[in-house]
Design a protein around this ligand. Sequence first.
Ligand SMILES: CC(C)(COP(=O)(O)OP(=O)(O)OC[C@H]1O[C@@H](n2cnc3c(N)ncnc32)[C@H](O)[C@@H]1OP(=O)(O)O)[C@@H](O)C(=O)NCCC(=O)NCCS
Length: 192
Amino acid sequence: MIRGLSSPDRSMSSAVADTVTRLNSARLSTCSSTRRYPLTPIFTIRSYAREDRASLIALLWELPLWYPRGLHWLQARLTDVEHGAASATIAVAHGATVGVIIDTPKAQDRGKLSTLYVAPGSRRRGLAGQLLQIRECSWIEQGLRTVSCTLPWPQGAATYRFLAGYGFTSVALARQRYGPRRDELVVTWQQH
Ligand SMILES: CC(C)(COP(=O)(O)OP(=O)(O)OC[C@H]1O[C@@H](n2cnc3c(N)ncnc32)[C@H](O)[C@@H]1OP(=O)(O)O)[C@@H](O)C(=O)NCCC(=O)NCCS
């Protein structure tokens, strides 16, 4: 267990608890990056499980406002996760999901980071950094060379600054991806 992470919930299924242990072991064994801040003990970070679906949709309630068919898209991604075709890691506090990262392996050695979100009341406590570093360890373990992510631009500028702190760089600006004044910045993480 990573120092500063709370133990998995007693109610967590053994499969999920195993995943948490594996994620933490993976980080210790393969990752050189270090967390910047100790995580507040009330947060538990673990793999998403089917019973988290409603809580996760509640966390991302704004998604349909940001993206056309956002709810439909999220439901499809969570189904992918439940079938092992994508990965979701969540942060839980007092029974509520307060943070999430979702990524999907693509062809060959590529991946797509589709969602990184922390509830406004839980920000600036190191949660997103922790979620990102856990996934980064997994990307390294899987041998991914590139993980890309798109951000609404300029609305996603703060998220871009955050990702840049973890090695993501901007590679393209897709103009009017979702309509007038809805540009998207494409950023990538690369394993060197
Ligand atoms: C970007 C985002 C994920 C960051 O989440 P977060 O949990 O606040 O991130 P962290 O706490 O790990 O880091 C945020 C900042 O707080 C700082 N920080 C973290 N813990 C800290 C602490 N204990 N003391 C002081 N600073 C701290 C980090 O260094 C970081 O600084 P930076 O702004 O210079 O990079 C969050 O703001 C968010 O969800 N934004 C919206 C994202 C979005 O719209 N997504 C699209 C839908 S998918």
